[in-house]
Design a protein around this ligand. Structure first.
Ligand code: FES
Ligand code: FES
Length: 163
């Protein structure tokens, strides 16, 4: 099978890689670009562990073909922190103990940040609904929901302080 050259942007940085036409974006991120934060749980769009943001839309990267990333903007878990400064969602996950094995955590962080970028004041029901596509086998979800609600409150406070 002849390889395709894909030029894309990941977390603001230009990236080029060669891949087979049927390579998934998840495999390209992990194996061609060395970005192993996105995880493969199910490989079939059911668990959300592979969640990334593609041109502003949350997607399961296991369901996207790598050549579809041509010319597009990808945001992954590796781009969420600013240097050593964790994003409030990441910090609140740690403070609330919202992870155990951590396998699902990158997907939850990406989905939670995408929610708060759109809706800075979600209700608990909205958080639970939004995160319904992300599965966790360990935490029971309450700590995750509390972490997201707390991160939302902190982000709103930061915006008020900056205004
Ligand atoms: S690995 Fe992509 S949704 Fe589960
Ligand atoms: S913390 Fe283990 S799967 Fe979520």
């Amino acid at each position: 099978m002849s390889k395709l050259l894909v030029s894309t942007t990941v977390n603001g940085d230009p990236q080029q890689f060669l891949c087979d036409p049927d390579t998934t974006l998840l495999d390209a991120l992990r194996e061609e670009m060395g970005l192993t934060g996105s995880k493969e749980g199910c490989g079939s769009g059911d668990c959300g562990a592979c969640t990334v943001v593609l041109d502003g839309e949350m997607v399961c990267s296991c369901l996207v073909l790598a050549p579809e990333a041509e010319g597009r903007q990808i945001a992954t878990i590796e781009g969420v922190a600013e240097g050593s400064q964790l994003h409030p969602v990441q910090r609140k996950f740690l403070e609330h103990g919202a992870l155990q094995c951590g396998f699902c955590t990158p997907g939850f962080i990406m989905a939670s940040k995408a929610l708060l970028d759109r809706n800075p004041n979600p209700s608990e029901s909205e958080v639970r609904y939004w995160l319904a596509g992300n599965l966790c086998r360990c935490t029971g979800y309450d700590k995750i929901v509390r972490a997201v609600m707390d991160a939302a409150a902190e982000l709103r406070q930061d915006r008020r302080t900056a205004a």
